[in-house]
Design a protein around this ligand. Structure first.
Ligand SMILES: NC(=[NH2+])NCCC[C@H](N)C(=O)O
Length: 288
């Protein structure tokens, strides 16, 4: 049975709500409830909790430093990993750490499945929530305050980043991505996610040695994934996402998967929780 290094981040410091820090613990319990013979995948959990002291920004900086140490180590060891947020600000640590661990960070590509662009800085954000900012920092386009919270010493080349599923954004973040010439595939442009995702992987594979995937659960339509922090109508059906992920199961260039923004308060029937588990099994499981 495959063992998957898994980092759980029990924090919602970057978002507007107080409950999205429970995802990792709930998911760990859901996996633990499975009978051994049903387990095709064994998750080795490492948990990170924010410190008690300091301002929110200080806590987030330190948390992302810690996240990055894990993903850097796994990258150096050539070991695939799973990160479970928390809010999506964990991307600062996850991918900053991967970039730190690569000998050639210019050859890292990232696919961002999200309803939002998450490319604000403190200067442009309407909410001040850091979960709406990680891509600005990962591209090296952060303002001073945001840059200080980013643990990476390298950045993603704009041509190595692809956003898929966007349908809710503000002009300022769109301008930032457009100026950098980042490819954005809006939700309304998607006619078959499987094709869009495999095309994105094929494109990045030409110039990248290592590829990461970051899923914000609000990428999925709220009918199928109601348990998120900031839902946006018009998303991808869960089944379509699972079909697409099955096609890139254990792709040799993929280094890690990140899943963020689970909010149990809006998930009374555990629909989103179970979907999260299915996403992991589909992406990393041995038997499809
Ligand atoms: N990771 C997320 N759910 N991001 C939502 C961001 C929403 C909005 N653009 C903001 O910056 O406040």
């Amino acid at each position: 049975m495959a063992i998957l290094q898994t980092l759980g981040i029990a924090s919602c410091l970057g978002g507007p709500l107080r409950t999205c820090g429970y995802a990792a613990e709930m998911l760990r319990d859901a996996f633990a409830l499975q009978k051994p013979e049903q387990q095709g995948l064994q998750l080795q959990w490492h948990m990170l909790y924010p410190e008690n002291n300091g301002s929110k920004d200080e806590k987030l900086s330190r948390l992302n430093q810690s996240i990055s140490r894990f993903s850097q180590y796994w990258t150096e060891q050539n070991q695939v990993f799973l990160v479970i947020g928390g809010d999506h600000s964990c991307a600062l640590g996850t991918w900053g750490g991967v970039l730190n661990g690569l000998q050639r960070p210019g050859k890292f590509g990232l696919i961002w499945l999200d309803a939002h662009m998450d490319a604000h800085t403190f200067a442009t954000s309407p909410s001040g929530n850091i979960h709406g900012m990680p891509l600005a920092a990962l591209l090296g386009k952060a303002d001073k305050k945001l840059a200080a919270m980013y643990p990476g010493s390298d950045f993603i080349k704009p041509e190595n980043l692809i956003l898929i599923g966007v349908r809710s954004y503000e002009n300022e973040e769109y301008d930032l991505l457009k100026q950098a010439k980042v490819e954005i595939i809006f939700a309304e442009q998607i006619d078959g996610l499987a094709q869009v995702l495999t095309k994105a992987i094929d494109k990045l594979s030409l110039s990248c040695q290592v590829i990461g995937i970051s899923i914000d659960l609000d990428f999925i339509d709220p009918d199928d994934a109601p348990g998120v922090e900031t839902p946006a109508q018009g998303g991808i059906k869960a089944e379509e996402l699972l079909k697409a992920l099955a096609l890139i199961n254990r792709h040799p260039k993929i280094c890690g998967l990140e899943i963020s923004e689970f909010n149990p308060e809006k998930d009374p029937e555990n629909k989103t929780l179970h979907l999260m588990k299915k996403i992991i099994e589909t992406f990393y499981g041995e038997t499809l």
